[in-house]
Ligand binder design. Structure first.
Ligand SMILES: [Mg+2]
Length: 391
């Protein structure tokens, strides 16, 4: 079997409600749908994250694709190394991983289809039939947060999450509302997305202590591993690394420094399904939970992540998705979240079929509206710089 072509299609799909986070507001998502066609009549589907922009990601995919054309797609490890070495991406993992993961996922889809087996069967098989998902409550008003938390708790989400790092009083009121709506049994977590200085993070951890949080996610700047370790030692609330655990090398550093209670990763940070499973194995070995972080991907990406998560004993906490916030999708059967879980698919490969009409519609939306960036928004245009701690 040989790879004949690699095609990448950017799409833009609106959210049903805006995402509010410490660095701005996002109204929708742009994703890159990747299709790898073979001479055997099998086409694999994957999804890439456009970081830092769709133009850069499309160029990265195009440059890496040249290194694998005409080669066997079932030799996934060798094809990944082709893209890393021949393609020159080995030294540029942040851009490379986000882009090339879409190709790697498509190769797993091809392998699964050719063997008539789901990807998780090729990774060792599932240890659970369904994967827990958290209820993502938007940081709006305390009244609305309480209502949304209550609605999600009654829909079966036992873990609820909201963004913080906007403003001290708003953060405290939002977390109180999350606890009121979620009830005493709910597992609560908040995500500051690097907004705090180490001192502010420590003060906030003490101020939030009464709400019995599962963890605070990425309270300080991602590169500050030493400070994260110190914060973990002094914080009354467990600490999760998300941006700090971007690459698998970073996870190794965090584990060595004892800098987090929870590790977050995904196939775009880690670089594909195989590297995401390696991240999960590192967490399992260290005895720490792995939580799936989502860049707001479509059902293609969520299904790819589920293939790994269902195989990992480290996946004990609820995971992040944005599927319930997407106005639409590009597959015939979008991911369904039921009672706070996504059922593990037993279909061959990734188990997705593209809806060509919708793919064309949302590609046109991308052409008309452009990139739905999380960074280019009202706040940044008004002069609020990302990465400047706001408190
Ligand atoms: Mg996060």
């Amino acid at each position: 079997m040989k790879i004949e072509s690699v095609q990448a299609t950017p799409v833009t799909i609106a959210f049903t409600e805006p995402e509010i986070w410490s660095q701005g507001v996002r109204h929708g998502v742009t994703a890159i749908v990747v299709e790898v066609a073979t001479n055997a009549g099998i086409t694999g589907v994957g999804e890439s994250v456009p970081a830092p922009s769709p133009e850069v990601t499309l160029a990265a995919i195009d440059s890496a694709a040249k290194t694998i054309l005409g080669k066997d797609p079932r030799q996934i490890q060798r094809r990944w190394l082709d893209m890393q070495s021949l393609g020159g991406w080995c030294s540029f993992p942040y851009v490379g991983n986000s882009a090339l993961a879409g190709i790697e996922i498509a190769l797993w889809d091809i392998l699964g289809q050719s063997l008539k087996a789901p990807i998780h069967a090729l990774l060792g098989g599932p240890v659970r039939d369904r994967v827990p998902i958290m209820g993502f409550v938007q940081h709006t008003t305390p009244e609305r947060i309480e209502r949304d938390a209550e609605r999600m708790a009654s829909a079966g989400f036992t873990t609820l999450y909201t963004k913080v790092g906007l403003d001290r009083e708003r953060d405290l009121a939002a977390t109180a509302a999350l606890r009121r709506g979620g009830g005493p049994q709910a597992q609560l977590r908040v995500d500051a997305n690097e907004a705090w200085t180490p001192g502010t993070a420590l003060r906030m951890a003490h101020a939030l202590r009464e709400y019995d949080l599962q963890y605070i996610e990425q309270p300080i700047r991602m590169r500050n591993i030493r400070e994260l370790a110190e914060l973990r030692r002094r914080s009354p609330i467990p600490i999760a690394a998300n941006q700090s655990s971007w690459l698998n090398w970073d996870i190794a550093d965090i584990l060595a420094a004892g800098a987090a209670d929870v590790i977050m990763s995904d196939p775009w940070q880690a670089g594909g399904i195989a590297n995401f499973q390696r991240a999960a194995a590192m967490c399992e070995t260290a005895g720490l939970p792995l939580v799936y972080h989502s860049f707001a991907p479509l059902s293609i990406a969520t299904r790819a992540a589920m293939q790994v998560l269902c195989t990992s004993p480290a996946c004990v906490f609820a995971n992040q998705t944005y599927n319930h916030m997407l106005a639409d999708d590009v597959v015939r059967e979008p991911v369904r979240i039921e009672q706070g879980h996504i059922a593990v698919s037993s279909e061959a490969g990734l188990g997705v079929e593209l809806d060509r009409t919708k793919l064309a519609r949302y590609h046109e939306a991308y052409r008309q509206q452009g990139y739905a960036s999380a960074y280019d928004n009202e706040a940044t245009r008004a002069g609020k710089a990302f990465f400047l701690p706001n408190q």
